[in-house]
Design a protein around this ligand. Structure first.
Ligand code: SF4
Length: 227
């Protein structure tokens, strides 16, 4: 199956949430500037996402083969135990907003732009999830993302992108030599159906992570994932 591109995603900045996030009084002088930036971002912003319904060809001790591509992760092998298809995906705030933000020189405005771009990325992810639910009725799904665990390193972005196809052409998203994504407000991963409450954070010991979604369980790998 070829990848599917979602590039008709409407984007409206949630100003209340934005002001709260950047700790700015909506009545302040700077607020007018932020409103102008938000209006510009809505005018040019084109959040996008893509995905591919992919077959798991085989599962080995420390890797799985998805659409002919080897993904090296023991955790993935265990997580994919009872399924035979998965959904590699990527979502981004879009090149348009990235290029716009690149042209901003003031550091505070750059920060505001980055939060606006985060909202655009959230919109792309929300749209992707709704589309997948409508189209495939997947039920409960979880995601694995390259680089979130040592077990599935960030260098595996390359393999993930090769499953998706020409990601740059499809949604303007590209990888640097160190496997970071440009635009930076982007996310990539593999969605899989599961009855479990898997979150990478359960296996990640990083302290004070602002994005933590689940408590670290130091015994989980040994008890559930170790070969
Ligand atoms: S704790 Fe933070 S760094 Fe670790 S997997 Fe979760 S979000 Fe990623």
């Amino acid at each position: 199956m070829k990848h599917t591109v979602l590039d008709n995603i409407s984007f409206k900045v949630d100003l209340d949430r934005l002001f709260r996030r950047i700790h700015l009084d909506p009545q302040s002088e700077d607020a007018a500037l932020v409103r102008n930036m938000a209006a510009k971002a809505e005018e040019i912003g084109r959040p996008k996402a893509m995905y591919k319904l992919s077959a798991i060809d085989s599962k080995q001790q420390d890797h799985v083969i998805v659409d002919g591509v080897r993904l090296s992760s023991r955790v993935m092998k265990v997580n994919f135990e009872n399924i035979n298809r998965v959904i590699p995906y990527a979502a981004t705030c879009g090149r348009e907003l990235y290029d716009w933000a690149q042209g901003i020189e003031d550091m505070l405005e750059q920060y505001w732009a980055s939060i606006i771009m985060e909202q655009a990325l959230e919109e792309a992810i929300k749209h992707l999830n709704m589309h997948l639910e409508e189209r495939f009725k997947l039920g409960k799904v979880k995601s694995m993302n390259p680089g979130s665990l040592e077990d599935w390193p960030i260098s595996q972005q390359k393999e993930l992108f090769s499953i998706l196809g020409n990601v740059r052409e499809a949604i303007g998203l590209e990888l640097t030599d160190s496997f970071l994504m440009i635009p930076i407000k982007s996310v990539s991963g593999i969605l899989f159906q599961t009855e479990s409450d898997f979150e990478s954070c359960q296996l990640c010991p990083r302290e004070n992570c602002p994005n933590r979604r689940a408590e670290y369980n130091p015994d989980l790998y040994k008890e559930f994932y170790k070969a």
